[in-house]
Design a protein around this ligand. Structure first.
Ligand SMILES: *[C@@H]1O[C@H](CO)[C@@H](O)[C@H](O)[C@H]1NC(C)=O
Ligand SMILES: *[C@@H]1O[C@H](CO)[C@@H](O)[C@H](O)[C@H]1NC(C)=O
Ligand SMILES: *[C@@H]1O[C@H](CO)[C@@H](O)[C@H](O)[C@H]1NC(C)=O
Ligand SMILES: *[C@@H]1O[C@H](CO)[C@@H](O)[C@H](O)[C@H]1NC(C)=O
Length: 316
């Protein structure tokens, strides 16, 4: 009898331990990119859309939104308000902040913004730069971040929502953006992210040799060509991508953490509800950091308590 209950106890202990350890391993500093397909005030006024978007963004420490149409501020503000109401803690009532580009584009009926939403309590913005010039329809709005929760500490994010028909040329021009901002901030820890349209008919295998982010081996593509970042079954294309420059940045990223986040599956949503939010899925990557160290003390306390219970249980 005694042997049995202590076996059960060990099993329980083991499950709790692996659960906690697992949770600690899957956490980490998350950077996401999401093409939200014309996110405007009308879309933000739909409760299910706003709620779903809030849940998606709340999983990220920095989230880049693209295709935001919010010149009047009535789309991002309700999102931030809901996020902050949802995730506020006793210590920090407004954990999320945002930084937005101005409206960008070449035709009046398709002007868009890049918006970064980030955890103010663990990330700081240390630089902003709107890239100029004619190489892009929506030139990158480049932001430098600092977070001491990451191994890399200070890094630069370069967003791109490319114009489909000139995707090859725009992705290639990201190299020029890299040269400009890495020199400007003396920082070569640069990540490129967004809907590059880097797949299917817009960027073929043949096109890669005219894209410096492919030909220069210092750049690593963290979302592979075989990934489908679109929602419908009609398309199977790796449009959305994350690319990093340099060994230092690559080493600071959890291996194989670059992936699509299928929120429809995760939140058990019908396809039509997913498409109400976007025709793209978000993509993400996780940086190495001190997350595990923060979880370690509670873990040890729990294990201690379990050990004590296990010791006294047979006596009862
Ligand atoms: C952000 O910057 C401020 C001032 O520069 C600093 O006091 C604060 O600790 C920084 N926060 C983080 C998360 O690095
Ligand atoms: C990290 O950031 C937190 C919050 O801003 C700050 O309190 C802490 O001192 C920082 N730690 C280091 C090592 O810079
Ligand atoms: C640029 O950064 C490197 C290390 O990252 C440092 O050694 C160098 O002094 C910096 N240069 C300038 C001009 O700040
Ligand atoms: C790759 O990066 C290293 C170190 O920064 C640099 O010396 C080298 O020239 C780069 N290679 C190319 C092809 O740009």
């Amino acid at each position: 009898m005694r042997g049995r209950s202590s076996n059960l106890c060990s099993l329980l202990l083991f499950s709790v331990f692996s659960l906690l350890f697992g949770a600690a391993l899957v956490s980490g500093f998350r950077i996401c990119s999401f093409n939200v397909n014309r996110f405007n005030s009308a879309k933000a006024a739909k409760p299910i859309v706003l709620h779903t978007l809030t849940k998606v963004v709340s999983k990220c420490d920095i989230c880049l939104l693209q295709d935001v149409v919010d010149s009047d501020g009535k789309a991002v503000k309700p999102l931030l308000t809901l996020l902050n109401r949802w995730k506020s803690t006793r210590y920090d009532k407004l954990p999320y902040a945002s930084v937005s580009s101005k409206v960008l584009g070449k035709s009046a009926d398709n002007m868009q913004q890049y918006v970064f939403i980030y955890r103010r309590d663990i990330v700081n913005v240390t630089g902003q730069h709107q890239y100029e010039g004619n190489a892009f329809v929506r030139p990158p709005f480049v932001v430098q971040f600092y977070s001491n929760k990451t191994d890399i500490k200070e890094f630069i994010l370069v967003p791109l929502h490319s114009e489909p028909e000139q995707a090859v040329q725009e992705i290639d021009s990201l190299y020029d953006v890299f040269e400009k901002v890495s020199e400007m901030w003396n920082n070569t820890n640069v990540m490129f992210l967004g809907d590059f349209h880097a797949g299917c008919a817009y960027v073929t295998r043949h096109d890669k040799k005219s894209i410096r982010l492919y030909t220069n081996s210092n750049f690593s593509w963290l979302i592979g060509d075989g990934v489908d970042t679109t929602v419908t079954d009609l398309t199977d294309c790796a449009y959305d991508r994350i690319v990093v420059h340099g060994q230092d940045f690559l080493k600071a990223i959890r291996p194989f953490s670059g992936k699509v986040f299928n929120f429809g599956k995760e939140f058990k949503l019908r396809r039509t509800k997913v498409l109400d939010v976007s025709d793209h899925y978000p993509i993400e990557v996780r940086l190495k950091g001190s997350a595990f160290l923060h979880l370690a003390p509670p873990l040890l306390i729990l294990l201690g308590v379990s050990a004590i219970i296990q010791f006294f249980l047979p006596a009862l």
